[in-house]
Design a protein around this ligand. Structure first.
Ligand code: AVJ
Length: 315
């Protein structure tokens, strides 16, 4: 396995993110820290909720379009960013089996990658599986490219990046693709705000648990003393930016101690800390942002209901 990221690097970036985010006004935390073991389990539960449509919709599109993706790309290498999507990966690997030689899953979790890579290698004899432990927001320029590379970035995770970071990120992807590569990008679409809010604030409270899990991560990793029950989960549709914001709202005045940072953080009653943005797109915006990064839209597919999109783009 190639490792561009060690446990020590991760610990350092968590510390830097938390110090910066909790001393900012308003307070923020980056969504990447949701995903410890419990957080990843909770996200899996979210994907099965009635209200959370993106995973099902993207799967519908992939199932219908996998043969088109294979025909258009003739990919020899599949490089998957944030390789958490086992079922979608299998759909792609099966469709691409005629031309594909190498599969490169990229994830921050080396343990997770090791298991996933072993399973895929066992199911696909003849396929070289080369996992890379990396943070794709930092290490894009280090990722192996190669001939006819298809980079897959699925699930709508692009929406977690603020617009400025997104543009830089797409430019970095363009460089990984060389001249004969393709990008397969999953992106959620703008729709009725009521449905969007319900997707991020489900009736069973799973998303609320997922949101508060980041506090447990800080308690464990940074010796903090957050009381998760002293915060309330909020999903807010920001109509001007066209993104969902998840926030944790303090139920009372309270001081939180972050022992590992020697930091005391005061929260006022009702104060909200932003824990995630999840941007929703229109085709025009995707096309123009891809264009600004030197990528042209070759295909733009949606599910029949028009909820979610898959873009196939090339230099
Ligand atoms: C996995 C990042 C795409 O933004 O919809 C799900 C994460 N957050 N429910 C998303 C998430 C709240 C999800 N992504």
């Amino acid at each position: 396995m190639d490792r561009f990221l060690t446990a020590d690097d991760l610990a350092k970036s968590l510390r830097a993110d938390v110090r910066e985010g909790l001393t900012a006004v308003p307070k923020t935390l980056p969504p990447k820290w949701f995903y410890d073991e419990r957080g990843s389990e909770l996200f899996e539960e979210i994907t099965a909720l009635d209200e959370y449509y993106p995973t099902r919709r993207e799967r519908e599109i992939l199932t219908a379009r996998a043969p088109d993706i294979a025909a258009a790309t003739g990919a020899r290498t599949l490089l998957e960013l944030g390789a958490g999507s086992g079922e979608k990966t299998r759909l792609l690997l099966d469709a691409l089996s005629g031309t594909l030689r190498t599969y490169i899953p990229v994830d921050v979790s080396a343990d997770f990658l090791e298991d996933a890579a072993r399973g895929i290698a066992a199911d696909h004899p003849g396929l070289a599986v080369r996992p890379v432990a990396a943070d794709y927001e930092q290490h894009l320029h280090l990722l192996p490219g190669g001939e006819r590379t298809l980079v897959a970035f699925l699930g709508g995770t692009i929406g977690n990046m603020p617009p400025a970071a997104r543009i830089g990120f797409l430019g970095g992807l363009r460089a990984v693709l060389g001249d004969d590569g393709f990008l397969l990008l999953g992106a959620d679409l703008v729709k009725d705000p009521g449905r969007l809010v319900r997707a991020y604030d489900d009736a069973a409270g799973i998303t609320a648990e997922f949101d508060k899990n980041v506090l447990r991560v800080l308690n464990r990793e940074l010796d903090a003393d957050f009381d998760p029950s002293a915060f309330e989960h909020v999903a807010h549709w920001n109509a001007a930016e066209e993104w969902i914001e998840m926030r944790l709202r303090s139920r009372r005045d309270q001081d939180v101690r972050i022992g590992g940072l020697d930091l005391d953080v005061p929260f006022a009653a009702g104060e909200e800390m932003r824990t995630e943005i999840s941007a929703k797109f229109r085709r025009e915006r995707l096309e123009s942002e891809l264009g600004a990064a030197g990528l042209a839209l070759a295909e733009f597919w949606t599910d029949p209901a028009g909820d979610f999109s898959l873009s196939l783009a090339r230099p």
